[in-house]
Design a protein around this ligand. Structure first.
Ligand SMILES: Nc1ncnc2c1ncn2[C@@H]1O[C@H](COP(=O)(O)OP(=O)(O)OP(=O)(O)O)[C@@H](O)[C@H]1O
Ligand SMILES: [Mg+2]
Length: 248
């Protein structure tokens, strides 16, 4: 059997008396697209944070491609290949879209410590930046300032910035939240077009988006996994219908 991209074993996380995550185990295969769904407060974001190292789990283990990362901090887990969308506040709104991506690429490049050179001194980075803008559907916005982007376009830029760290596993927490229905569709198509070798874990409330993108779906309810399976199986499960719609 090949090694899991992400393996979570008997993980729990308590906040004071609240057990936000209660003995969760899951395994995500390399290249798999896993969508996590569940009602508000189910523990989805907390689970993500425990996997990426933003929070330390109370008990249980997390490993990535066979490496136990349970005791590692967030920065180290990022170095090992866990990627996630950046807060848009990390973006320089006065600069152009492409210069923001170049700066982000420079951020992981040792040369930035060596000399303050204009970004044009790095033609290969400009090329890489253009490729990531292509990937998220923003090539036509490359030379516009970020301040001129729509909300949806900023989200696309966030995704380009997340991809620049070259993640092996990408975590997206409600990437379509706050987008209009047409932006939502556009964004979902963009996620669908990400490289297939990338392992994707995504939290998504929109069932249409979730079911269209997922290879497998995990349903969390009150900190526990109540069902996991392919989208059709999950959608027709009576417990899921109960949790979501109040009837089977
Ligand atoms: N830092 C914290 N301190 C105390 N309680 C917290 C903290 N973070 C989350 N919780 C609690 O843990 C539970 C799970 O929250 P979490 O944000 O993980 O849910 P979620 O599934 O992401 O919900 P939503 O769909 O609303 O984003 C909730 O009861 C929440 O109030
Ligand atoms: Mg959440």
């Amino acid at each position: 059997m090949s090694q899991a991209a992400i393996s979570v074993s008997s993980l729990s996380k308590s906040f004071g008396g609240i057990r936000a995550i209660d003995d969760v185990s899951l395994s995500v295969a390399p290249g798999e697209r896993r969508v996590l769904i569940g009602p508000n407060g189910a523990g989805k974001t907390t689970l993500f944070h425990c996997i990426t190292g933003t929070l330390q789990a109370t008990t249980g283990t997390v490993s990535m491609f066979g490496t136990d990362v349970t005791r590692l901090g967030e920065a180290r887990r990022t170095e090992l290949g866990m990627g996630r969308t950046f807060q848009i506040s990390n973006v320089f709104t006065d600069l152009t879209v492409i210069d923001n991506v170049i700066l982000a690429l420079l951020g992981k490049d040792r040369r930035k410590w060596v000399a303050y050179r204009p970004v044009d001194a790095y033609p290969e980075l400009r090329e890489q930046a253009a490729e990531s803008l292509e990937m998220v559907g923003l090539p036509h916005r490359a030379n516009d300032s970020v301040a001129r982007l729509s909300y949806g376009e900023r989200r696309q830029l966030e995704l380009a910035l997340a991809m620049k760290t070259g993640p092996r596993v990408l975590f997206l927490d409600e990437p379509c939240a706050g987008l209009s229905p047409s932006e939502r569709q556009h964004f979902a198509r963009m996620i669908a077009a990400l490289p297939r070798h990338l392992t994707l874990l995504m939290i998504e409330h929109d069932m249409d988006v979730a079911l269209a993108l997922a290879d497998r779906v995990t349903v969390l309810h009150r900190g526990k996994v109540i069902i996991e399976g392919d989208p059709d199986t999950v959608q027709s499960d009576s417990e899921v219908r109960e949790v979501y719609f109040g009837h089977a």
